[in-house]
Structure formats: C-alpha cells, structure tokens
Design a protein around this ligand. Structure first.
Ligand code: ADP
Ligand code: ZN
Length: 293
C-alpha cells in the first residue's frame, strides 16, 4: 500500500506518493500558504491520493517538532503551524497513522536507509545549508530528545562571545560554517560583493584566488571544529554532511577531510550525503515505514 511523504518549507510544500517499493509514483508542489496551511495540505493530499489507498502519512517540517504530539512547536517561517494540531487533523481526515518530524531529521533517516549511511547503525547528519541543521540516528531510529532539540547541531557554541545568532545565543556553529556565514564573508569584502559572488563562486575559485582561499580555509576550519565536537559527543560510525553548500565541487572536500583527521585524535568517517533536494520528503515517507510497531 502507498505512503505519503510531505516536506513543509518556508516557501514551498512538497508532496510525494510512494509505492510499496518506496518508489515515488506521484508528486506535487505548492507555494506555502500564509494561512490555513493544514486545510490546504488536506486538499492537496486528497487530490494526490485519488483512487489510491494509503497506509500512512509522514511530514517533515522546518522548525522544532514535538514528535510525540505530532506538532510543530517553533518555526519562525511558519507561524501558522506553531502549536497547530497537525497530525490530529490529518489523522481525523485520512484515518491513517501520521508522523511529524523535523526536516533535517527526515533527511538523516533517508541517508541511513537508502543513502550514504546505509551500512551503519549509528550516525549523525549535518545539513550545511543557509544555516546548519542535523539529525542523530541510533539503530536506524531518530533520537528526539525531550523537546525535539536533539540534532540541532548548528547551535553548538563555537565562540562564547562570538556573533549573535537568531536562536538568542552567541557564537553558534552555524554563524561560522553555513551558507549564510559564507554570504556574510562575501559581503565583508567589497571586491567580492561588487562581482556579485555567491558561496558557490568561492568554491569555484578555491584555492587559486587568494581572497576565496582565505574565506574557504576559515570556513573549513570552523566546519571541522564542529565535526570533531560531534565525533567526541556521540562517537558515531559516520558523520554525513548534506545541504546546499556540500553540493560545491572542487578540492575543498579533500581539504576538509584532511583538516578534520589532522586535528582529531580519533578517526572521523566523514561522507557526503547521497540525496539532495528530495531527502526530507523521502525521509518523511520513511517515518511511516520505519515506525516501531
Ligand atoms: P536551505 O538551507 O535554505 O533550505 P540549501 O540546503 O539549498 O537551502 O542551502 C542553501 C545554501 O547553500 C545557500 O547559502 C547557497 O548559497 C548554498 N549553495 C547552494 N548551492 C551551492 C553550491 N553548488 N556550492 C556552494 N554553496 C551552494
Ligand atoms: Zn544559534
């Protein structure tokens, strides 16, 4: 029987219908409405599943998710969904089990079941996008913690008196090792911002251009400190890096591996994520298949 996977982001919501072999058989995408998000989701699911029986719905969302309540408790870009009874409304309408989890957790599950971490049981995924998200997985199950903050690795403190973060703390990892951090570095260099550089351009010109080299070397340094902190916290079999920034090609990845394994006395098995855009939607559907009976 079929399973629905949904990925709710600040700008769009993606819906996928997955068959028994976990193949995507139908999909659709809508802009995230400002109001009545759940009502709009219900209409979209009803259309997507016309003529098909489903056995469960998995939802991945940006923000902090209370997995046990099936509810988003904090999402700056999705105020309409904060504390809304998301899983209850979907259950009432479709009469199937509904699971709601954080989008980075879902992406982590995808890597563990059909991606880079397929062969291991204990791993951490860090998603290096605009900010840094993450997921901690043990025995192929996502660790949620008390309030759903488990895996929010972007908010580990790197510098106690460092730059202010949106979370209210100072010096968080994501202020130094994310896409936004690279954008800030570009804006602080008039010659690079005048050329309209994006983070991707920094990697394209690494290591030949001196300014780009300096920014990327600093980024690699900060990224590696956080990676080593994660290794020492949970000693996982593997750390998987995903997210937009990790799409960058070129020699920076080898430089990162070298820096991590030179600075860390214990070996870090660092791998690139295999899934890109649809990782969270696929992982949302996997929440249903992966649910403990
Ligand atoms: P988000 O975190 O916003 O959901 P992404 O995971 O796509 O989205 O990450 C966006 C960030 O990744 C942006 O800062 C963007 O500049 C950066 N990025 C996207 N593609 C590349 C690339 N090929 N090389 C380096 N950085 C990239
Ligand atoms: Zn923070």
């Amino acid at each position: 029987m079929n399973v629905i996977g949904i990925d709710i982001g600040g700008t769009k919501i993606k819906f996928g219908l997955f068959d028994e072999e976990h193949q995507l058989s139908r999909h659709t995408e809508i802009p995230t409405p400002k109001k009545n998000i759940i009502g709009t989701m219900i209409e979209t699911i009803a259309t997507l599943t016309l003529g098909k029986e489903i056995r469960g719905i998995g939802v991945a969302s940006a923000g902090i998710v209370d997995f046990s309540k099936g509810m988003i408790t904090r999402a700056t870009n999705l105020p309409d969904l904060e504390h809304a009874p998301l899983s209850n409304r979907l259950k009432d309408r479709f009469h199937v089990p509904v699971y709601v989890d954080n989008d980075a957790n879902c992406a982590a599950l995808t890597e563990g079941i059909v991606g880079a971490a397929k062969e291991v049981n204990h791993y951490i995924c860090a998603t290096i996008g605009t900010g840094i998200g993450g997921g901690v997985v043990q025995h192929k199950q996502i660790i949620h913690g008390l309030n759903g903050y488990s895996g929010e690795v972007g908010h580990m403190t790197l510098y106690p008196d460092g730059m202010r973060c949106d979370c209210g703390k100072k010096g968080c990892w994501e202020r130094y090792a994310s896409g936004r951090a690279l954008e800030d570095a570009i804006h602080s260099q008039p010659s690079l911002s005048a050329k309209g550089y994006t983070p991707k351009d920094l990697f394209v010109h690494y290591p030949h251009d001196e300014q780009c080299k300096q920014i990327i070397d600093t980024f690699i340094h900060h990224l590696s400190i956080g990676i080593i902190n994660l290794q020492y916290t949970l000693d996982p079999e593997m750390i998987v890096l995903g997210g937009g920034v990790v799409n960058a090609t070129g020699p920076w990845w080898d430089s990162l591996i070298k820096e991590v394994n030179t600075a860390s006395p214990i070996k870090v098995n660092l791998q690139r994520a295999q899934w890109k855009n649809d990782a969270s939607m696929i992982g949302a559907a996997l929440l249903v298949k992966n649910a403990r009976e």
